[in-house]
Design a protein around this ligand. Structure first.
Ligand code: ADP
Ligand code: MG
Length: 698
């Protein structure tokens, strides 16, 4: 079994081994230099690579190729071209040239461009990203690509991610040189994204328009039992889930994705899967691929995989923990404290750079994870709050405090876990991993950014993080260059900036009410909704950051902001429309039918005992009448507010209208509908309940 897994791992990827085996040595070396050393690839190798790729893909049964890219719509895009073409004499031949590998020109005019293309060119271009591996999926050779306009403006999530990785490499190398490191040639961003999701039965899914149109339930009274007992978390998989996981792992492994950990999450029907970390752009590609495959495999098992951030109200939502670090081509993790962090100058510099960057660009990090779905999750006492802060643990906080105070830090003796059982080994306590409520936590040798939404691409979060840290490293390098790199000198360089940004460090309970108040006192930003957060991207300090790091031009930043706000307003509008649809076509008819049963019942009772005053049926009817009147009213109100939304052309105003009006109208409708659900008899109810949805997978 293990041998089978090993043999089939990466079977569908044009990875390192395949390239080594099938490419001429000089071509293989050139590609490796691009992948590992960041060199531009010489176009003259294109035809050799294309030939080898085609042969390999045909052997795997591929019939088509595609430039696989990540437009700003948030999903991946592919347009297939058959390898097969007619030769001049009409006979079929298989063709795939170097030119086709390097560049594609999809007629992609319907992808969102946030106004960018109107001013440039309608057409988009895709360019091969030789730093991410090609793969075969569903008989199609997929070539990871960047997607740009004619003028080179990024129309996708990958281009700025690659830019941000280049700039952080450049600045990290400057810092390393200033600290006396002459050997490191490249610094890579490493990312491991833990993915949460729900699995429900397809049969149940198909009966709910809200799930079909919006990916989340817009109505639903709480189930008698959900996550009160915490008995789902880390529990054994039910057979249907286990079968799904087996299949999923096999597919992911074939695609070279090291799916590593899997477990049940807190809410019933909620699960998590995490891969082993890799270079950020590959991690991003793999996460997109993983989400796609999860949906496909679920369908094969008669289930639906819900990636929405908050499919069910009242139970935990789903996120994506973006584990992030920097590592050198010599294999060193720059955020590894080692045994004596108090003497590790390099660690101190990189740790400080991240802490300062997160404080300086809290708004950008918050904006990078903003979406209509994630707004329902952040700050709901099961997910990080909408306030960005950094958890370091007592030890590292003490170390940075000592730098600010101009003192030398003496570490406490390492704690050992006291289990009270002699036969168990003594385990040193991991001092950094005690806090699960922080949005940005140091966890041993990496930072874990926990605010990313479960359905979102991880590109945005990593672009913001890379740019912010690169900028901080740049200004630290400016000061360090030419100085000696003793602990004292470096501390001196870091003292002022750490002092200024110390407020971002918070080791307490991030879910507590008190933190909101305390964060306010510290001057930290609290941006609860997408409408509040996204506009911050365009603050002059952020535009300046984009310009300095070259991650976005001003026009690109504006276009992204516009697309995010537009997407938010559109999603809210679709939800409101779906509510109206369900109220009128599902909920009210159910209530009317049940009312008829109740009134017939009341009439029958009265016929037998005419002097009966008010019976149970009448009491229920009375409550039902109030709630249905209210719901009918809500439906009309929702129609008015969505009409107002349609009249609003400006993206910011539309987002604000959603925040201030549409979402509260939706909430009011939900309260009424859920009240009705609690009364109406099971056989009269129009869609599967929360209890059905969360407990039907067995
Ligand atoms: P936990 O489950 O406690 O959050 P794990 O050790 O299981 O922590 O790691 C979770 C994720 O972090 C995995 O995807 C793992 O590959 C990733 N990870 C570990 N080390 C690094 C690193 N240096 N850089 C980026 N991601 C990392
Ligand atoms: Mg984690």
């Amino acid at each position: 079994m293990c041998d089978d897994i090993r043999r089939s791992f990466g079977r569908a990827v044009f990875g390192d081994e395949v390239m080594k085996e099938r490419l001429p040595e000089a071509v293989y070396t050139a590609i490796k230099k691009t992948m590992d050393g960041g060199r531009r690839l010489d176009p003259s190798v294109a035809s050799e690579v294309a030939r080898a790729m085609k042969e390999w893909a045909l052997e795997l049964g591929a019939t088509h190729f595609t430039h696989w890219f990540q437009p700003l719509s948030g999903v991946t895009a592919e347009k297939h071209d058959a390898f097969l073409s007619p030769a001049p004499d009409g006979t079929p031949i298989t063709e795939f040239s170097g030119k086709e590998l390097f560049r594609g020109e999809p007629d992609a005019s319907s992808f969102p461009s946030g106004g960018l293309r109107a001013t440039f060119e309608a057409r988009g271009y895709t360019a091969w990203d030789p730093t991410s591996y090609a793969f075969v999926k569903d008989r199609v050779l997929c070539i990871p690509t960047a997607f740009c306009s004619y003028g080179g403006e990024a129309l996708d999530k990958k281009t700025p991610l690659l830019r941000s990785m280049e700039v952080i490499n450049k600045q990290a190398i400057r810092v390393l040189r200033a600290l006396g490191d002459e050997t490191t040639a490249k610094v890579n961003v490493t990312v491991g994204a833990e993915q949460e999701f729900f699995l429900i039965r397809k049969e149940d899914f198909d009966k709910r328009r809200d799930l079909i149109y919006t990916g989340r339930t817009l109505f639903g009274a709480p189930a008698p039992k959900d996550q009160q007992l915490d008995d789902h978390y880390f529990g054994a998989f039910k057979p249907a889930v286990s079968a799904f996981m087996d299949d999923l792992n096999a597919e992911l492994w074939a695609l070279g994705i090291y799916a590593k950990t899997e477990h049940n999450e807190v809410a019933p029907a909620q699960h998590e899967i995490a891969p082993v970390f890799c270079r950020a752009n590959i991690a991003c590609d793999q996460n997109q691929l993983m989400m796609e495959i999860m949906k496909k495999v679920a369908a094969r098992h008669g289930m639906v995989c819900l990636l929405h951030e908050k499919p069910f109200e009242g139970v935990n939502g789903s996120g994506k923990h973006n584990n992030w670090s920097l590592s050198t081509d010599t294999g060193k993790n720059l955020l590894d404290p080692g045994d004596t962090p108090q003497e590790n100058v390099q660690f101190l510099v990189f740790l400080s750079a991240v802490v300062c960057a997160v404080d300086e660009y809290q708004d950008l990090l918050r904006a990078s994870v903003a979406s209509a779905g994630n707004d329902h999750r952040l700050g709901k006492s099961e997910a990080p709050p909408a306030i960005v802060s950094v958890f370091l643990g007592d030890e590292l906080t003490g170390l940075l405090r000592a730098v600010v105070d101009g003192e030398r830090y003496t570490p406490r003796a390492a704690d050992v876990l006291g289990t009270g059982v002699h036969v168990l080994p003594k385990i040193p306590k991991d001092n950094t991993d005690r806090n699960r409520t922080s949005p940005f936590a140091f966890t041993g040798n990496k930072f874990e950014f926990r605010m990313v939404g479960s359905s979102d691409s991880i590109a945005g979060a990593n672009i913001a993080l890379n740019a912010a840290v690169a900028d901080e490293l740049c200004s630290i390098a400016d000061e360090l260059e030419g100085k000696d790199c003793s602990f004292e000198t470096v501390s001196e360089v870091l003292r002022e900036r750490l002092g200024k940004h110390f407020r971002i460090i918070f080791n307490g309970d991030g879910y507590g009410e008190e933190w909101i108040e305390e964060a306010g006192k510290r001057g930290l930003l609290n941006l609860p909704t997408t409408a509040d957060a996204v506009v911050r991207m365009l603050d002059s300090k952020n535009i300046e950051l984009f310009r300095r790091t070259g991650v976005y031009s001003e026009a690109e930043a504006e276009s992204r902001c516009e697309i995010m706000l537009d997407n938010y307003a559109k999603k809210v509008a679709i939800e409101a429309n779906t509510m109206v649809d369900m109220i009128n076509h599902d909920i009210l008819p159910s209530a009317v039918k049940y009312s008829k049963v109740l009134s017939d019942g009341a009439a029958a009772k009265k016929a037998i005992s005419p002097r009966l005053s008010i019976c149970m049926e009448e009491k229920l009817l009375d409550r039902l009448a109030d709630l249905t009147d209210e719901l009918y009213e809500c439906s009309n109100i929702l129609e008015e507010s969505t009409a107002a939304l349609r009249r609003t052309e400006n993206a910011i105003e539309a987002a604000e209208l959603c925040r201030d009006r549409v979402l509260s109208d939706m909430h009011r409708a939900r309260v009424a509908a859920d009240g009705i659900e609690k009364i109406v008899g099971r056989e009269f109810w129009c869609y599967p309940t929360y209890g059905d949805l969360m407990h039907d997978v067995r």
